[in-house]
Design a protein around this ligand. Structure first.
Ligand code: SF4
Length: 212
């Protein structure tokens, strides 16, 4: 994608959705961190179903610690990989209570030191909770960035670095939401809906799908 095409690409996505947000449900930064940690290889819909039951009874690190491993597993057992996620979340809660006064840290280094929190989760928290222009590259962003030619890269980190370099500052904070939503609902993996895609004009994908 030509550099001059990137501005209208994002301007179009922004016009359709001026204030995008994550589809994970949360009311505090801690709940956001917990939801993102639970969402690895699971759908936002599935995570929301579980956290709607979990957060009202245990929405703080101490309350999750009080549930214990079995209690926490019981609340999140509908989510894939729930056993390891429960262990990671409990250990993360212990560190938050003991080392961070039960607050979610604001730095990448401290976030990535938490069990179950990798670069992508840290990027989501830094972006959504603290407004930093990070790019949390998930499967949708990886696909859309490569297909469109916006930020080609062989792995998520390469795409992330390309996005940071190429996305204009005015769109940097919200761009990852627009790309995720575009990938989830329009530029889908098996059959992208190119015939009704608002940004097709600037997309470099050679195999655009015709209207059915
Ligand atoms: S034109 Fe097709 S491939 Fe390009 S962004 Fe739109 S849906 Fe995706």
């Amino acid at each position: 994608m030509k550099k001059s095409d990137i501005e209208p690409f994002f301007a179009t996505l922004k016009a359709a959705n001026p204030m995008p947000n994550t589809e994970l449900e949360y009311t505090t930064v801690f709940e956001l961190l917990a939801a993102v940690l639970l969402s690895a290889q699971a759908t936002d819909v599935g995570v929301n179903k579980a956290t709607r039951r979990l957060f009202p009874v245990a929405g703080t690190p101490q309350k999750i610690l009080d549930l214990g491993l079995e209690g926490l597993e019981e609340h999140i057992k509908t989510i894939g990989l729930y056993r390891s996620k429960a262990r990671h979340l409990l250990e993360t809660c212990r560190i938050l209570v003991e080392q961070h006064n039960s607050q979610v840290p604001r730095t990448r280094e401290a976030l990535e030191a938490l069990p179950g929190v990798g670069r992508k989760t840290a990027n989501v928290v830094l972006n959504v909770a603290f407004g930093q222009p990070t790019m949390a590259v998930d499967t949708h962003i990886f696909r859309v960035s490569n297909r469109t030619g916006l930020a080609p890269g062989k792995n998520p980190l390469a795409v992330e670095l390309q996005l940071i370099k190429r996305v204009p500052a005015a769109y940097a904070v919200d761009s990852h939401h627009w790309l995720i939503l575009h990938g989830r609902y329009v530029c889908q993996a098996r059959k992208p809906q190119c015939w009704q895609c608002s940004v097709a004009t600037w997309c470099d994908f050679k195999g655009k799908t015709p209207a059915p």
